[in-house]
Design a protein around this ligand. Structure first.
Ligand SMILES: CC(C)(COP(=O)(O)OP(=O)(O)OC[C@H]1O[C@@H](n2cnc3c(N)ncnc32)[C@H](O)[C@@H]1OP(=O)(O)O)[C@@H](O)C(=O)NCCC(=O)NCCS
Length: 200
């Protein structure tokens, strides 16, 4: 298993992995065009960080995406590309306007939910492993690699947000890797979230 920096050529496989790993999630509902734009940004925009786990036979089986400067990253993305993201989400807006528009508004104005106390922390936005490859320590290896990249960028910590309810498995996965619950908060879309942190 090799873990390396993602390139634009990996985007299709990253999106396929996202779709099978994050079934029923809001971002998945926005569709593959939106997801391609989002993961391309993590690969190509300054301050983005996008790593992939590559199996010699299967190709990409997992990924970790985030940013070493989340506020700057999302602010630049919003200024430069908001219309592109809106356009990419258009098919799902038309399919389900009531559900999508409010959440999309929140997504477009997302700043990374970084607390003021965590000045030098990177954000892990999403991590996923193909379900048929889970339980083989790929997630753990991706997390460790991501932390190494963050440390090499000169930062001393990481944070992430994840659902508070119905998500014990994922929280257990992070806690086993040394993450601690720092806080909890409610998003404008009423989703109750936990913020986890780790010093590295
Ligand atoms: C969460 C996820 C990335 C874990 O990846 P994985 O490759 O299956 O996990 P690993 O095999 O590396 O497990 C690492 C450790 O976490 C524990 N763990 C993993 N999944 C777990 C689960 N469902 N319940 C409890 N513990 C779990 C493992 O037991 C292992 O413990 P160990 O260090 O003592 O061996 C993967 O299940 C996934 O993609 N889930 C869907 C997407 C998602 O929810 N991502 C996180 C939110 S952004």
């Amino acid at each position: 298993m090799d873990i390396r920096q993602a390139t634009e050529a990996d985007v299709e496989a990253i999106v396929s992995t996202h779709i099978v790993a994050f079934q029923g999630f809001f971002l998945t509902m926005l569709g593959p065009v939106f997801l391609k734009k989002m993961y391309s940004a993590f690969i190509n925009q300054p301050n983005g960080l996008m790593r992939v786990a590559v199996d010699p036979e299967r190709g990409i089986v997992g990924f970790a995406a985030g940013s070493v400067a989340p506020e700057v990253f999302f602010s630049v993305l919003r200024k430069k590309q908001w219309h592109g993201f809106l356009l990419a989400a258009l098919p799902s807006i038309l399919k389900n306007p009531a559900k999508v528009v409010k959440k999309l508004y929140y997504a477009l104005f997302y700043k990374g939910d970084k607390p003021k106390t965590l000045k030098k922390n990177a954000l892990l936005s999403s991590i996923a492993v193909c379900p048929d490859m889970s339980g083989k320590s790929i997630g753990k290896a991706l997390l460790r690699d991501f932390e190494l990249q963050v440390r090499q960028a000169g930062l001393d910590g990481l944070y992430l947000t994840t659902d508070k309810f119905g998500n014990d498995n994922v929280v257990a996965f992070y806690q086993k890797a040394g993450y601690q619950i720092e806080n909890e908060f409610t998003q404008p879309d009423r989703r109750q979230m936990l913020r986890l942190v780790k010093s590295i």
